[in-house]
Each structure stands twice: as C-alpha cells, then as structure tokens.
Design a protein around this ligand. Structure first.
Ligand code: ZN
Length: 197
C-alpha cells in the first residue's frame, strides 16, 4: 500500500489496510482516489471502510479486478474464512490512456501486467512503478492462483524490465522498494529459470 499527498488530496495504491491509510490522510485532506493493482483480498480489504469515510473517493481498477472486488470467491477471501466484498458505486474502470491528476500533478498510467492475476495493472506515475504482486524483486511471481498464467507472467516481466528506466523506483505490493538501477538478473527469478531457446 502506498499513498502520496498533494494540495490536500491523497492518492493511494491498493487498500489492504484502511486504518494505515486513514492515519495518513490528514483531518483536512481528502482521499481522492485509490488505484487497485488487482483484487486479491489482501489488496482491497480496506475498501468498505475507505468508501464510508470518503464517499467521493474513486477506486480505479481493471474490469476484471472490479468483478473481483465484488466477489469473495474471485478475491479469494472466501477461502480464508473472512469473506470480503465491496458493492458500492465508487469503482471506476481505469482509463486505458491513463488518468490525469488535477493541479498539473501528472498522469497515472495503468499498464496491463497479467500473469499473477488476470486484469492486474502496474501503475506508473512519473518514474514510480507500483507493481502489486505482478513483480516483487527477487521473488518468483505466484501464478498458481485462479486466473494466474505462467506464459503471461514471463511476457509481463520482460515488458516491465524493458520499461524501467535507470531512475525508476519500484514499489511492489510486498517487500522492500528498489531503484531500477539496482535490479539484477536475480531479481527476475522467473526469467532466469526459462529454458534457453
Ligand atoms: Zn495477489
């Protein structure tokens, strides 16, 4: 989960823990938008609380992720005995051409990065890449859950790797953040174990 603030507006990526995000949002701030990388429960469980606190906040996600937000079976919470669903009207399909933030802040782009989960998006804001579970440096991507796909994962990792410029900052859904110029082959274990062609 990540968040940044500008001119009393707060933007966040993922919402696994509403209380941490609510702590970050000041009393005079508005939570303006949450970008959802994918709808596994640990990335969305705070949405009901956030929706109640900020009825004007919008949740940006792929159509597949929006379906997952509304289905405890799709978001896997059902299988962890803590079913979570959000059925409000604050979800919006992430625009394919990106979302321009107000006050000249810049554009947030949602890059399709399937493999871990269908419809998974990596959000790029300037040189910040929020990869969710589609890329966690040094950790093999989990592709065995529903709608995961090994081949798409390899394509996603190749595409991500080539889109990182040297000064890019990687903010994964779990684990430490990294600068792109510190990335080595071993940070892409799924690419290392590919058979040679
Ligand atoms: Zn996940």
């Amino acid at each position: 989960m990540y968040a940044w603030r500008c001119d009393r507006l707060v933007w966040a990526v993922d919402a696994g823990d509403a209380s941490a995000l609510l702590d970050y949002v000041g009393w005079n701030d508005q939570l303006a938008g949450v970008f959802i990388t994918h709808a596994h429960y640990d990335h969305i469980m705070g949405l009901n609380e956030l929706a109640a606190a900020f009825p004007d906040c919008l949740f940006y996600a792929s159509d597949y992720a929006i379906a997952g937000i509304r289905s405890a079976k799709m978001n896997l919470s059902f299988y962890h005995e803590m079913p979570f669903e959000y059925h409000g009207n604050q979800c919006l399909t992430m625009p394919a051409h990106g979302l321009e933030l107000p006050n000249g802040l810049g554009v947030v782009y949602g890059l399709p990065t399937p493999g871990h989960n269908e419809g998974a998006l990596t959000f790029r804001f300037h040189q910040h890449f929020f990869t969710g579970d589609s890329f966690i440096p040094g950790i093999p991507v989990v592709t065995k859950l529903k709608s995961g796909n090994k081949q798409q994962n390899v394509e996603t990792l190749l595409a991500l790797r080539s889109s990182f410029q040297n000064d890019a900052q990687i903010h994964p859904g779990h684990g430490p953040q990294m600068m792109a110029h510190d990335l080595r082959d071993e940070h892409f274990p799924d690419l290392l174990k590919r058979p040679l062609r």
